[in-house]
Every structure is written in structure tokens, then in C-alpha cells.
Design a protein around this ligand. Structure first.
Ligand code: NDP
Length: 283
């Protein structure tokens, strides 16, 4: 069994991006820029936004942080997005979710210029992903693909089971794996005989959001297990969806929580920002 070290892979990716960014700055005189918009006081979101700013620094990007109060009218948020769409120093725009109640997240996401949609949530990019032509895929699923590739885990022809069908993780993860010729099964809360399905998986991706959802009897001997879940226990400790202690001895590869998929999400956000920057500047 090998533990997949997302922290290390993420740091390597950001280091590589920094080198590329330095070269691009030299040749073009321009710097990639990411704008992050946070509405309200959600503490978890505030931590994510701070981490994104720090990652920008490490990558050599400009970072623009916009903090708006929780009672900001939706029209003001839409006006800010429009301004950022038009700002040539901003190559990527990320509106931190969830937005406060009463705001229409979909409307806000659709207001972002698809070329600057580094989260990959705009319908244009979602459609591109479904057609296999998008280069701005959602960061968490794209991070999963980077981890599999880094550890040279075969994907083509493998039986892959994805637990969860959200637009942020499950569905795009399934599409990326399908593009790489895996045989993909998507499971959700209404799936029957879950154990029979997961027990066939060469690669099992869990994005449910409930601790203890994946037990040892659900996992095939030698499988790769990717745990996307982030769950906070009563003791405040973070755990994934997978019963790590019982499951890990059966696996070939497994991601821990924390330190597995989590750090990859930010690395892929940097990668998407660099991709958007290159495209917008014809580099
Ligand atoms: P959602 O709540 O949007 O989706 C959860 C999915 O799990 C749903 O599709 C749901 O099915 C499915 N589900 C619920 N119960 C079961 C079950 N018993 N068996 C099979 N499927 C089930 O969550 P997200 O996709 O946004 O996030 C999933 C987890 O990943 C969360 O813990 C979240 O915190 C974490 N996360 C981690 C990230 C990272 O960077 N590491 C980034 C994003 C999320 P149904 O559709 O039928 O309701």
C-alpha cells in the first residue's frame, strides 16, 4: 500500500508553474492575475480564500481579493464580476461558494467570462468538458487526474466507480475519467447494491461528504482509493469518507485526508489561471 502524497505533488506543480510564470513574465512583460471574490463571513470560505492568495504568491501571480459583506445586493456582486471580466490584469475569476442565502449562485457563475472561469463551472466550460474539449476543468476533479498520473496509476480500460454526482466533484470527475478511457460508473444516494458495484472498482473515487461511507468490505483487494470527502468530526478533526485504517491495507494506493486531494485543488486553480493567462494573451 502506498499513500498518495497530495501535499508534495501540489507543491511540485506550483513550483513548476512558478518557473513557467517567470519565463512568461520575461518574454511578455505580463503577470498572470487571479481575482477571488468572497461574499459574507463564512469561516471555512475565508480560510480557502486566504490559501488561494498564498498560492498565488508562491506561483508568482498577482492576486486580487474582493471581500464583500454578506448583505451585499446581488446586483453589486454582478457589477463587480463585470468589472473583473473587463480588467486585463485579471485572467482568472473565482467567486467563492457557497454564496449567502438569497443569492442566485448559478446566475453569478454565468456572469463570469468563460475565458476567465478558472473554476470551470460556467455552462460553456461544463459543455466543453462534456464534449471533451474544455481546457478549464473544475479544479478538484482535475487534481484527482494529476494525482493518478503522478503515481502512474493506469486509467484506460480500468473499472472506475465515482461516489457522488455533484457538479463540483462527482460529475466532472466521471467525465475526465471517461475521456481517459476508463469504464466509469457513477453512484449516488439512490444507487442500489452499492457494495456490489464498488467491490468491482480498480479505482474508487469517493465524494459523498460523510465520514465512514467507504468500509473495507466495499473495496477490492489492490484497488486505488481516492477520498475527496472533507468531514469535521465532533473532536474537530478532519476525516474523509473512507474508513482509512480498515481500508488502506487492502489498497495499492490511497489518498489521506487531510493531505490527499485537498491540496491539489489549489494547485489546479493555479494551473487553470496560467492556462487562462496564456490563452488570453496568445502565449
Ligand atoms: P454534494 O453534497 O454536492 O454531493 C454529495 C454526493 O454524494 C451527492 O451526489 C449524493 O447523492 C451522494 N451521496 C450521498 N449519500 C450517498 C451514499 N450513501 N452513497 C452514494 N452516494 C451518496 O457534495 P460535493 O460533491 O460538493 O462534495 C463532496 C465531498 O467532497 C464533501 O465532503 C466536500 O467537502 C468535499 N470536497 C472536497 C474538495 C477538496 O478540495 N478536497 C473540494 C470539493 C468538495 P445525491 O445526488 O443522490 O444526493
Amino acid at each position: 500500500m502506498q499513500i498518495i502524497d497530495g501535499k508534495k505533488v501540489s507543491a511540485e506543480i506550483i513550483e513548476q508553474i512558478k518557473i513557467e510564470t517567470e519565463d512568461l513574465k520575461q518574454s511578455s512583460g505580463k503577470t498572470p492575475g487571479l481575482a477571488v471574490v468572497l461574499v459574507g463571513e463564512d469561516p471555512a470560505s475565508a480560510v480557502y480564500v486566504r490559501n488561494k492568495g498564498r498560492a498565488c504568491e508562491r506561483a508568482g501571480f498577482s492576486s486580487f481579493e474582493h471581500r464583500l459583506p454578506g448583505d451585499t445586493p446581488e446586483t453589486d456582486l454582478l457589477a463587480l464580476v463585470k468589472k473583473l471580466n473587463e480588467d486585463s490584469e485579471v485572467n482568472g475569476i473565482l467567486v467563492q461558494l457557497p454564496l449567502p442565502e438569497g443569492m442566485d449562485s448559478q446566475k453569478v457563475l454565468e456572469a463570469i467570462d468563460p475565458a476567465k472561469d478558472v473554476d470551470g463551472f460556467h455552462p460553456v466550460n461544463v459543455g466543453g468538458l462534456a464534449s471533451g474539449i474544455s481546457d478549464l476543468a473544475p479544479c478538484t476533479p482535475a487534481g484527482i487526474m494529476e494525482l493518478l498520473d503522478h503515481y502512474q496509476i493506469p486509467i484506460e480500460g480500468q473499472d472506475v466507480v465515482v461516489l457522488g454526482r455533484s457538479n463540483i466533484v462527482g460529475k466532472p470527475a466521471a467525465l475526465l475519467l471517461l475521456k481517459r478511457n476508463a469504464t466509469v460508473t457513477i453512484c449516488h444516494s439512490r444507487t442500489k447494491n452499492l457494495k456490489d458495484i464498488t467491490a468491482r472498482a480498480d479505482i474508487l473515487v469517493s465524494a459523498i461528504g460523510r465520514a465512514g461511507s467507504v468500509t473495507a468490505d466495499m473495496v477490492k483487494e489492490g484497488a486505488t482509493v481516492i477520498d475527496v470527502g472533507i468531514n469535521r468530526g465532533v473532536d474537530g478533526k478532519l476525516t474523509g469518507d473512507v474508513d482509512f485504517e480498515a481500508v488502506s491495507p487492502k489498497t495499492s494506493y490511497i489518498t489521506p485526508v487531510p493531505g490527499g486531494v485537498g491540496p491539489m485543488t489549489i494547485a489546479l486553480l493555479m494551473k487553470n489561471t496560467l492556462t487562462a493567462f496564456r490563452k488570453q494573451n496568445g502565449l
